[in-house]
Write a protein that binds this ligand. Structure first.
Ligand SMILES: Nc1ncnc2c1ncn2[C@@H]1O[C@H](COP(=O)(O)OP(=O)(O)OP(=O)(O)O)[C@@H](O)[C@H]1O
Ligand SMILES: [Mg+2]
Length: 444
């Protein structure tokens, strides 16, 4: 069961709401509806499922309906139509008293500009949320102290708001929300007023909090980079409608429409995409029992000069290169004798962001091995990496490169990182952009 569910939720402000809704369902735009009826459709037919412990981002331009949608999650705004469920309870049907309880126990909210009370200490400001919930002095101070500790203000509890920086004030707001112990945090542009460095720090803190406290967080931002950086999933809104929901990688790799595509075109892909989203199947590998002659045959067939060797369950045992394999075959040796161990190869984990693997990829003569728990789960030829960063789709020409099956060392360069130096003199010359030659060679 999802923690938060929205089913076909609408919020329409102003006159003729029923008529406005009919028009929207008939496919009229928000502008047309407003001209015709005078009603403002802030949120149109929104459905979402947000899981327990998820950091869910709602993103969109100003006026797209972000604040309205979160305000319906705690019913600060009454939905015009549709259903909102929190932890299985339909909150659209609750009485005022029941609703207060859900709000007190389940949901806390942090705003962009929330007011700290200037004559109260940081501690009493943080305790405010608990005070309004009727928690006694001793308990609320204790809980607030803990929350301030979590956000890094443990040593400022006695300060007054006037003595704090903007970032610190924002932390007090966060502490106030944390002190309530509510499992759901709604954050509306909570960091938007902060300057970039502090903002980044706060983002990191959010990620830590989510991990350590397991909160379900709905985070609103109009900043795409922020969304992509922290969101487990992101909902993109436009003119009151949710136009796409997905992970940052989904949205970058597979935008739902031209609007989303143009929205994300300037995103720094190297920070969002990870090894797992661009890696390819390691199609040709050698099994543990194959000998040097089998290795030579596969290399000839595949037009490659090195191969990864895997054991049971695709455990990466290492790699072999053509000259060593040929030499082993000549003296009737085994593959093991010429195996380059995983520790001497350059490999990355599936969750490594692309910007971290650029340098190793540039320096590794082999495609990068993507290794998860010791298993070879994919390979990234350098050309694949470059194509992904350039935003090229799957059908770009690189897939026909002989080396792109992960076996080849078509992407060789002299030198290389230390870990790969033992195989760095390997292989054929063409750099990745000379794919045509590789194809010719393969056909020859
Ligand atoms: N109380 C209201 N009465 C009338 N219209 C409203 C009201 N609240 C919001 N709107 C309208 O609903 C639309 C969505 O507003 P909302 O505040 O949800 O946008 P937002 O995405 O949060 O924008 P921002 O990034 O500027 O905060 C806007 O066109 C806004 O003018
Ligand atoms: Mg807003």
């Amino acid at each position: 069961m999802s923690e938060i569910e929205l089913d076909s939720v609408y919020k329409i402000f102003g006159p003729q709401q029923e008529r406005a809704r009919k028009m929207l369902d008939e496919g009229h735009t928000r502008d047309e509806v407003q001209k015709e009826t005078g009603a403002v459709a802030a949120v149109i037919d929104a459905s979402l499922r947000i899981g327990q412990g998820e950091l869910f981002v709602v993103m969109g331009l100003s006026g797209s309906g972000k604040s309205t949608i979160v305000r319906m999650i705690n019913r600060l705004f009454e939905p015009t139509a549709g259903r909102v469920t929190i932890g299985g309870t339909d909150i659209t049907g609750l009485s005022a008293r029941e609703l207060r309880r859900v709000r007190a126990e389940q949901i806390s909210m942090v705003f962009q500009h929330f007011a700290l009370m200037p004559h109260r200490t940081v501690l009493d400001n943080a305790a405010w949320g608990l005070e309004t919930r009727g928690v006694g002095t001793a308990e609320r101070r204790e809980r607030s102290r803990e929350a301030l500790q979590i956000v890094g203000l443990g040593d400022r509890v006695d300060a007054y708001p006037g003595q704090l920086s903007g970032g610190m004030k924002q932390r007090v707001g966060l502490a106030r929300a944390l002190a309530t112990d509510a499992p759901i945090l709604l954050m509306d542009e909570a960091f938007s007023a902060l300057d970039p460095l502090i903002r980044r720090e706060m983002q990191d803190q959010m990620l830590d909090l989510q991990e350590s406290l397991g909160k379900t967080i709905v985070f609103i931002t109009h900043d795409l980079n922020e969304a992509m950086r922290i969101g487990d999933r992101i909902a993109v809104m436009k003119d009151g409608r949710i136009v796409q929901v997905g992970t940052a990688e989904n949205i970058l790799q597979d935008p739902a429409n031209d609007y989303v595509a143009s929205f994300v075109q300037d995103v720094d892909r190297s920070r969002v995409l990870t090894a797992s989203s661009v890696m390819e199947d390691p199609r040709s590998t050698l099994g543990p029992h194959e000998g040097p002659r089998a290795a030579m045959r596969v290399m000839r067939e595949q037009q490659v000069s090195a191969l990864f060797v895997v054991g049971p369950q695709r455990k990466l045992r290492g790699a072999v290169r053509d000259d060593a394999v040929t030499e082993a075959a000549r003296r009737d040796g085994t593959l093991d004798e010429v195996l380059i161990a995983p520790d001497d190869l350059t490999w990355v984990t599936p969750d490594a962001p692309l910007y971290e693997i650029l340098a190793p990829a540039a320096e590794s003569p082999l495609p990068l091995a993507v290794v998860d728990d010791g298993r070879l789960v994919g390979v990234i030829p350098r050309v694949t990496l470059l194509a992904a960063l350039a935003g090229e789709g799957e059908d770009s020409p690189h897939v026909s490169l002989a080396g792109s099956d992960g076996t080849g060392a078509n992407h060789d360069r002299p030198g290389g990182v230390e870990s790969a130096s033992s195989i760095s003199h390997l292989s054929d010359p063409p750099p990745p952009d000379l794919g045509g030659h590789a194809e010719e060679a393969a056909g020859a």
